[in-house]
Ligand binder design. Structure first.
Ligand code: MN
Length: 753
């Protein structure tokens, strides 16, 4: 029960939060219309959420207000996005429908709200885990290429949820935090939202490794006074000299984030005390007497008049901005007491982009009153403004490449491709191309145009011929030599890493392969006719097994490519004849009758059951499986499953030693199988699993081995005894239904015969 006084207080606080939002939004609002829009969104949202509270107990409306506040203040989004942020949970959590939103606020806001709603948090569904996260992420990227504001609001939403994670239970904390570090922090980084990325990472550490987080924070706190003293001493002469040269600048020390210090400690295996660059000095130019690039270099020259620079540590992100739009000049200089200190030089405009992100500033400045910039207008370079556009284009290409594949494959590829820095290379004419780190000369050819890639004959870097898989270095100038005759082959897939090149080559090969297969089929029909072999499913499969191909299309393909010689066909014919003979009864070598083991005589081998046999370890056959026997030299008959990984090899190379085998009904013998279970860790999962195995199914457990990964994933292997395949199938079925279980597979050991 909440009494009226509390309610009054709450109302006041809600209004206060709203007024703060409005104040922050003022610079972005151009007319009364937009003012009304935000007001209306606030009214609708607070009415719709009025009976809802967050886990922390506070009224729900605080959350959308906070998300809107982050959107405007920390990302720099305008009125449309602010309204959408206020409404972002209305469709999901209240009676309002998307149609209502569209009617009241128009289609653009409705589309954004819809996008944000569709990216459900994986912490909400019953089915959770890496694959669910991947699916969510894929869905998120589907919307990303439509309207970047969806992702930006989702990031704002996630940031506020991370800030208020304290009130969630432990399990939800861990899951939300791991999802954040896996997806949202890298995404924020890629979109240039440096501050948000840093805060997300720190919050992740705070909720996953509290002791480490606190230890580092405390240590940072402890040497604060000493650090500040040093920073002041370092800055003083710089302030003076900059003023003398008519620069108006803010110079300050920036402390590294807890998470990045922790990463460094781990990477270099050093204690906190040994991390030398706990801070950097940043010079932000508010007013400067010349064009901004030369202004930054002028400041560089002034700084290095005082402090000696380390020539190996100069980074010019102004001439060539980072893929996420980051611009800055970095140098490391020798400061007082012989300490290396990093100095970052940038203008106010560059600083804003660095902190708030490229996407927000260049793509969605909607009605943004440009902040007063001094020092003249900025020149746009080629490729500069399209950075985000080309990123989005790449995502679309990746999506197409993975059409129909699992979300997990997609996300792995995505992370490998898009969460890394890029290399810059030039065409002979001097056009700049950005490619992911690790991209090759052949990738570069495809980046110019798929036709150029297709007909690529060779590549020259800085005038010298290089192999296709030459890895690009920053600043390389690449010339692509082409020829009409040249075309992709399967090897090329080993030389490229960009989705664009990969999908083009794959598409080409697939098309080509289809034609070869059709040709191969026709050739095979001809060949069989010549050898008087009947052309039917049985003979085709026999040939496939003999030549050791996985599928018929592979067989056709190899024939179409003329990889199968006439003599191989003749050998096949011999093998086939021999095989037909060995399968006749009475033609087998019998093993010693004395070795006959009555305990396991329920397998019929050949035509009777007088053989000694053992079950192959590679596939662990159990009653009910389709099996065959293999006559070993010293060990009697070994029974393999027909789907055993070694089966094709045995049949192809030792066909005459294969003997038919079949199960007869069994009495009460049990067989050991090993299962691997993967799922989401939750309390009671192991108990649920063992419950079903031991009490529900009355199966004996031979051994259990459970591990927990740091992503909150449960992985275990269980050895147990089952009667036969159908017994095992029923058990698998039941286990699969346990909440949190992602996959169950029977473990096989393909290396042992
Ligand atoms: Mn929300």
């Amino acid at each position: 029960m909440i009494d009226t006084i509390d309610e009054e207080l709450e109302k006041k606080e809600i209004l206060r939060a709203y007024r703060r939002l409005r104040r922050s939004a003022t610079p972005f609002i151009k007319d009364d219309e937009e003012k009304k829009l935000i007001k209306k969104a606030f009214n609708v949202a607070s009415e719709a959420h009025k009976d809802m509270r967050r886990k922390s107990g506070e009224p729900y409306i605080f959350h959308p207000i906070a998300v809107a506040q982050i959107a405007v203040q920390e990302i720099g989004l305008g009125p449309t996005a602010i309204a959408a942020a206020l409404l972002h949970d209305v469709v999901e959590d209240t009676d309002w429908t998307l149609e209502d939103i569209e009617r009241e606020f128009g289609s653009s806001i409705a589309r954004i709200v819809d996008g944000v709603t569709k990216i459900a948090s994986s912490t909400q569904g019953a089915l959770s885990g890496v694959s669910q996260q991947a699916e969510n992420f894929r869905r998120m990227l589907l919307t990303l290429s439509d309207d970047v504001r969806v992702i930006l609001l989702k990031l704002a939403d996630r940031l506020h949820n991370m800030r208020t994670l304290e009130s969630m239970d432990r399990r939800k904390q861990l899951r939300t935090a791991s999802e954040t570090i896996f997806i949202y922090a890298p995404l924020a980084h890629r979109l240039g939202l440096y501050k948000i990325k840093t805060e997300l990472e720190d919050l992740y550490l705070k909720y996953t490794q509290k002791d480490i987080y606190e230890e580092i924070s405390e240590k940072l706190d402890k040497n604060k006074r000493q650090r500040n003293k040093y920073i002041n001493e370092f800055i003083r002469p710089l302030n003076e000299t900059l003023e003398k040269h008519h620069f108006k600048a803010r110079i300050f020390g920036r402390v590294k984030s807890v998470h990045s210090i922790w990463t460094k400690m781990q990477k270099q295996n050093i204690p906190f005390e040994k991390v030398f660059d706990l801070f950097a000095i940043r010079i932000v130019l508010d007013e400067f007497p010349e064009e901004e690039k030369s202004a930054c270099w002028k400041v560089y020259s002034l700084v290095t008049d005082y402090y000696h620079p380390n020539p190996e540590r100069l980074r010019d992100w102004i001439s060539t901005p980072r893929a996420n739009g980051y611009e800055s000049l970095h140098t490391t200089v020798m400061g007082p007491e012989g300490k290396w200190v990093e100095v970052q030089i940038r203008t106010k405009r560059m600083d804003e982009i660095a902190e708030k992100g490229y996407a927000a500033h260049w793509k969605y400045k909607e009605h943004h009153k440009p902040s007063k910039r001094s020092g003249g207008s900025r020149k746009m370079r080629k490729g500069q403004e399209s950075g985000l556009d080309s990123w989005l284009r790449n995502i679309r290409e990746l999506r197409e490449k993975h059409e129909g594949e699992s979300a997990m494959e997609f996300i792995n590829d995505f992370r490998a491709n898009f969460f890394q820095e890029e290399v810059f290379a030039f065409t002979p004419k001097g056009d700049l191309k950005k490619l992911p780190v690790g991209a090759t000369a052949l990738d570069f050819a495809f980046e110019i145009h798929s036709e150029v890639g297709h007909h690529c004959l060779g590549t020259k870097v800085n005038q010298k011929l290089v192999p296709f898989d030459y890895k690009l270095h920053n600043g390389d100038q690449i010339e692509v030599l082409t020829s009409k005759q040249s075309q992709p082959n399967a090897d090329w897939l080993n030389f490229v890493i960009t989705p664009k090149a990969q999908s083009y080559i794959k598409r080409f090969l697939r098309h080509e392969r289809r034609e070869v297969i059709i040709r191969g089929k026709e050739m095979l029909r001809q060949q069989f006719k010549e050898l008087s072999i009947e052309y039917n499913d049985t003979t085709l499969n026999e040939l496939r097994i003999f030549l050791n191909f996985r599928g018929l299309s592979e067989l056709y393909y190899n024939i179409g490519e003329d990889y199968i010689s006439k003599s191989q066909f003749r050998k096949f014919l011999e093998w086939k004849r021999k095989k037909e003979q060995t399968q006749k009864p009475g033609n087998q070598t019998r093993t010693n009758e004395a070795n006959f083991n009555p305990k396991v005589d329920t397998l019929v081998i050949g035509e009777d059951s007088g053989f000694k046999y053992t079950l192959a370890k590679c596939c662990n056959p159990i009653p009910g499986n389709s099996v065959f026997g293999f006559i070993t030299i010293n060990d009697g008959v070994k029974i393999h499953r027909t789907d055993c990984p070694n089966a094709a090899n045995l049949m192809a190379n030792h066909g005459y030693r294969i003997i038919k085998a079949q199960w007869k009904s069994r009495k009460n013998l049990m067989f050991q199988v090993e299962l691997e279970i993967i799922g989401n860790d939750r309390i009671g999962l192991v108990r649920d699993v063992t419950d079903i195995i031991s009490s529900n199914m009355r199966v004996n457990i031979g051994g259990i081995n459970v591990g927990l990964t740091d992503q909150g994933i449960f992985a275990g292997s269980i050895k147990l005894f089952v009667r036969d395949q159908s017994h095992l199938d029923t058990l698998l079925d039941k286990l699969q239904k346990i909440e949190g279980v992602e996959s169950i597979t029977q473990v096989r050991h393909p290396d042992t015969h």
